[in-house]
Design a protein around this ligand. Sequence first.
Ligand code: CA
Length: 761
Amino acid sequence: MRLNYHLLFFLAISLSGYGQIINEISDPVDYVNPLMGTDSEPGLSNGNTYPAIGVPWGMNLWTPQTGKMGHGWAYTYDAYKIRGFKQTHQPSPWMNDYGQFAIMPVIGMKFDQDERASWFSHKAEIAKPYYYKVYLADHDVTVELTPTERAAQFKITFPASDSAYLVVDPFDKGSWVKVIPEENKITGYTTKYARGKLVNFKNYFVLKFDKAFDNVHTWEGKNLAEGVTEMEGNHAGAIVGFKTSKQETINVRVASSFISLEQAELNLERELAQDDFDTTKKKARDLWNDKLGRIKVSGGTIDQVSTFYSCLYRTLFFPNKLYEINEKNERIHWSPYNGKILPGYMFAGTGFWDTFRALYPFLNLVYPSINKEMQAGLVNDFKEGGWLPEWSSPGYANIMVGNNSASVVSDAYIKGLRGYDIEILYEALIHGANNAGPMTAVGRAGAEYYKTLGYVPYDVGINESAARTLEYAYDDFTIYQLAKALKKPKKEINYYAERSLNYKKLFDPSSGLMRGKNKDGSFQSPFNPFKWGDAFTEGNSWHYSWSVFHDVQGLIDLMGGKENFVMKLDSVFDLPPIFDESYYGGVIHEIREMQIADMGQYAHGNQPIQHMIYLYNYAGVPWKAQYWVRETMNRMYLPMPDGYCGDEDNGQTSAWYVFSAMGFYPVCPGVNEYVVGAPLFQKVTLQLENGNELVINAPGNNAQNRYVNELKINGKVSTKNYLDHNELMKGGTLEFDMKDEPNRNRGTDKEDFPYSFSIEK
Ligand code: CA
């Protein structure tokens, strides 16, 4: 049965208020709200998402465009006007877009982005992952679109008019259009890219109409070229006219390629074939139901179910495919490094600083086949560019810190992914771990200092040095893990094992926190643990002091034992949300999101602290993790336009929710374990790609019962605060007995605690 989200929502509210329990999910895509997170602006992110209309990991996404050309906030919920329907590859408004172009139906000859813009209402808008529909009031035109991986179909319903038009806008910074009236076709390319220069970069597009053009024009900038069929310039575009009868629909089939016009045509033929609009729509819908349906939840409120699937949807886009399939059925790609067309996989659109934490581990558990392609893509990144990307949008971007590609590569291999050249990736990790890259965000800035001193000094002109050091030490740990798995020489294994302890060098006993350290060994001074940035990245010492994913026991020892450690964790929530923003010269949105969340210093809206709640498990007080996990799920996520508590960030913040709702979280990628939290639903069924089924039962779950009284794994009681990845992959049943009071005897012994390097089992 197909469930209508709005109907269900109405029923839920009118029949039993907030609490209606959903027990049977047949079509999970119906619970997704693509508008979750779109009520955002640069100063306050409630997700900073746009309604991504596409298919999982598709090369192209589509979004209604409310923002101006080139503006990162492409669609914002509070906007009144739509100015186009944009093919986009944008991973984040901060990274902005590349290879984007827009189309827009209008009545009257209006091609300028402001003149053609139309009022619209969310009351006349349907946003689904596989389908978008909106009424453009100023033109009395209804637009519907439905996507494939590299193509899309538009169904545009016009009023009776002798001046109906369709604008094709390939944006500025170098574009070209050519209208071919005898074939009802428009071709062109855009070269637009927000960040500097890309070599030999063009996104070629082709649009095919099912109605002949009545008249054809092109334009450049503000100037119309009447009757001219081809235009090249900084900002070239086309506008083609039609005579339409009332309710006449015009179908537009569109595809693109980063390789050539011929490849764009091939992508169109292959992906749209003879399909009509409804067939493409059904295929996209079925695809979503298949992918989302790998996890079925039941026994939660409609808001919880909707939040879950809206989050799951966000985990299935990035990094998106940058490769295409040629006429010989071979995978080929445009290289962001040398502009050549080369064989094999390539992906783009993710920042590892965000996504190493939960998104990649999530793929390794539920969707490993796509991550095998991504790993093969990383092999090509290294071969073509000489380094692994840390923030690919596409290629190398000089943003954020760390060398977390090591975690992404190691976790995939350790979790059992095979079928790509791991030896080359290992070589890439060793190279990246010991050398400064072509920019500070690739390889390791301060590598020489790190190798000799064991940390990146605060006073040598390398920004955010403590964050770098802590992440490098963890990254070294993941290399150590991979080196062991690949049976590398003992000396090499030991070298990275030793370096993984470098986090200790930044621990300041006087504050009990991590602190920047100068070249001469003295700590940075003055030191304000509430100061954002400076020695840290988009966070303060209270956030970053927990970035010892691989050796929490070592951190507990530094902090003076379990009791002190737990007190310190508690303090994060107890402290007021005070801050020092002077490093940034203003309050960045991540600070504001912490300040307003009423969770003290706990800044769930940004990545550095997102694993912290789970650390209670390493100190024998798992019920505190259970309390705060539920609290965070309840308060920081809603399936609404303002439903995230900060940047969603390419599936990372969503993967946190999906994992947490299942009852566990990958605190330390690179280790074959998940740390137990507390499941949200009464039942979760996980269909693994290997054919096995994992069932997570928690029949006692409700608003009051958030504590784990007992856990049984395949019928046997487990007192452990962790789950083994290999065991989960075999399928089976986790049985959680949930209660409204903590069980203070469960998970309290040392042998129950999750992995720590210092006490390696
Ligand atoms: Ca972030």
